[in-house]
Design a protein around this ligand. Structure first.
Ligand code: FES
Length: 163
């Protein structure tokens, strides 16, 4: 169990304020546990063991419970990522519409396998389930922005935009 002082050290003022603002909407603090992890992830890019422990303490949960939820929820990243995160949809419509070709091109351009981070820490490439853009497949997200109708040329343009 972490002391309030340690929680204060492990989470920034902004992170704690945003989590508390979410928690104020619910009678049970643990109801915002996914939002709380997403808040920390938005600030830091991922959720470390230390951050996870501090969030659990802040919400009155056990670290094991919160870790179980983080593991189940695939948008929570428990490992460091690059400056940009590309998430390629691997669900059925995208698969039919050229997922393999798009994936191979992305991996070749970035020089990493799916799940990998480039040596210069510029990109992490991750799989994601359906992005709700099946009629414009194949689709991916880069840093939370949706991009559709992917082909090799479009991918090159999108990657070049990211420093
Ligand atoms: S299957 Fe890829 S966006 Fe729906």
């Amino acid at each position: 169990m972490l002391s309030p002082e340690v929680v204060t050290e492990l989470l920034s003022v902004e992170e704690r304020e945003e989590i508390e603002a979410e928690a104020a909407h619910y009678p049970v603090r643990r109801a915002v546990c996914i939002d709380a992890m997403l808040i920390v992830q938005r600030h830091r890019g991922w959720v470390s063991d230390e951050s996870l422990g501090a969030i659990a303490e802040l919400l009155g949960m056990s670290t094991a419970d919160l870790d179980g939820i983080a593991t189940f929820y695939n948008l929570i990243r428990r490992r460091p990522v690059g400056r940009h995160v590309a998430m390629l949809c691997d669900s059925v419509s995208c698969w039919i519409m050229g997922y393999n070709r798009v994936r191979d091109h992305l991996c070749k351009q970035l020089g990493v396998p799916m799940g990998g981070t480039t040596a210069d820490n510029r990109f992490t490439l991750l799989p994601i389930v359906c992005l709700g853009a099946c009629d414009r497949a194949p689709a991916m997200m880069i840093d939370g922005e949706l991009y559709t109708d992917l082909d090799e040329q479009r991918i090159n343009t999108l990657l070049e935009r990211c420093e």
